[in-house]
Ligand binder design. Structure first.
Ligand code: GLN
Length: 454
């Protein structure tokens, strides 16, 4: 098998299924094929190869790729061709992976179903009537549909783990700071992380290995050692202490979802791990805290889209202020506007103390909840989502129900710790996800536990 064969296979599959699934926004076909040929020649002429040598990969469309259109699924960036590569994309090049194309998402990563893409919806390959989750719906659907074996997503409040759960694939949000955010179009900078989406835990560890590490272009990337993640895939969980938060198996969580978690815990017990119920008492404030903080940060981050420096510029403006207003009014979708308004309000003088500052304090309490549990336990386990994938259109009119979907993933971003979703059964023919949460920079233990299910 050659790299060209792999790349052919990927484009062939995209041709076959992507008009139904809708995972890709742009293809990189000419470059990918040329690069595949180069790699095939290298196969004969050298004996050292990159970590992801010849592996086809899809990249979420909020990660900038030089010369390859990057839209964040927004009209405001409809014609935007970046002039540089994100650090993770450089890492992929060093690892000799082949970029197949760019993947659909909720506009600027705001959403949980990929229905907020201003370009097209993505459908769940398991059942085309249901959503793939979001915001990295394209990343999860492309892997689930066999279009690419690897993809990159981003996770601010669950956007890798929730779609991974809905599409029956493996998705990891790394520890905040593990992976450089340079070249990730910012949504909420204190929460955003890029992470791997794959079919297996082993593939996931390979991809994280390739993209991790401190970066001088991102001052929030952490200068900590990157361990050999693959060496933790031993399947040995003997003596491991697992915490199960009672808040994660409470009200609003579907019975089959609860049962699948209890079944998974039995498997781990059988392998010599132990588990106990614990409490993360501030969980009930996580959703409100997240939406205040993430929207505040988004309102500041999205101020750069002014119709002057990037993307869409209105033709109908008579003066500068109108140019700003109309370019943004025409370019942003409804959900993005809702977040900008909410965030601007929470940051405005007179409300700042009551909302933004208060939310920051609650964030500290939520983080402390995790620290307390991790003093005694190695990992925290619960469901990734309260329900399996919902129907397309079911939640679009009701933002609060849509937001509630992330109730189990959001606290992990607020605390900055790593979390993975691995497939753990089916409900009505739709996949369910098991969430395994670890200590700061302890992705190794998260992978070790996740691997026990393979
Ligand atoms: N669904 C959440 C939101 O809409 C999380 C999105 C994300 O993680 N990017 O904000």
């Amino acid at each position: 098998i050659t790299v060209s064969d792999l790349v052919d296979e990927s484009y062939k599959r995209i041709q076959e299924v992507d008009d139904k699934v809708g995972a890709f926004l742009a293809l990189n076909e000419d470059q990918a094929r040329t690069y595949a040929k180069e790699l095939d020649e290298a196969l004969n002429s050298r004996n050292e190869f990159g970590l992801l040598f010849g592996m086809p990969i899809g990249v979420k469309d909020n990660i900038v790729t030089k010369g390859l259109r990057t839209t964040c699924a927004s009209k405001i960036l409809e014609n935007f061709d970046p002039i540089y590569d994100a650090t993770v994309v450089k890492h992929l090049q060093n690892a000799e992976a082949v970029t197949i194309g760019k993947l659909n998402m909720d506009e600027f990563a705001m959403g949980s179903s990929t229905e907020n893409s201003s370009i097209k919806p993505t459908r769940n390959p398991w059942n085309l009537e249901t959503v793939p989750g979001g915001s990295s719906g394209g990343s999860a659907a492309a892997v689930a549909a066999g279009e690419v074996p690897f993809s990159l997503g981003s996770d601010t409040g669950g956007s890798i783990r929730q779609p991974a759960a809905f599409c029956g694939v493996v998705g990891l949000k790394p520890t905040y700071g593990r992976v450089s955010r340079f070249g990730l179009v910012a949504f909420a900078s204190s929460l955003d992380q890029i992470g791997p989406v794959t079919r297996s835990v082993e593939d996931n560890a390979f991809l994280l290995q390739a993209i991790s590490g401190v970066d001088e272009m991102d001052s929030t990337s952490a200068n900590v050692e990157v361990p050999d993640f693959l060496s933790s895939l031993t399947g040995d969980v003997k003596g491991l202490k697992i915490a199960v938060p009672k808040e994660y198996l409470g009200e609003g969580v579907n019975e089959e979802v609860k049962q699948s978690v209890l079944d998974a815990l039995k498997v781990l017990e059988g392998l010599g791990a132990t588990w106990e119920e614990v409490s993360l008492p501030h969980s009930k404030y996580a959703l409100a805290t997240y939406y205040l903080l993430s929207s505040s940060e988004a309102s500041a981050n999205l101020a750069r889209f002014d119709g002057v420096r990037y993307g869409h510029r209105s033709d109908n403006a008579e003066n500068l202020i109108e140019l700003y207003k109309q370019s943004r009014a025409e370019g942003f979708g409804n959900e993005v506007k809702r977040r900008i308004m909410l965030g601007t309000y929470a940051l405005s003088s007179g409300y700042y103390d009551a909302y933004y500052k208060k939310a920051q304090k609650v964030r500290t309490l939520i983080k402390k909840d995790f620290e307390d549990v991790f003093e005694k336990y190695d990992v925290i386990i619960g469901p990734t989502t309260p329900t399996p994938a919902f129907k397309i259109g079911e939640n679009v009119k009701d933002p609060m129900t849509m937001y509630a979907n992330d109730i189990l993933t959001i606290p992990v971003n607020l605390a900055g710790v790593p979390g993975i979703s691995v497939p753990c059964g089916l409900s009505n023919g739709l996949p369910l996800g098991l969430q395994i949460i670890g200590k700061h920079f302890d992705e190794s233990t998260v992978y070790r536990v996740a691997h026990a299910f393979e």
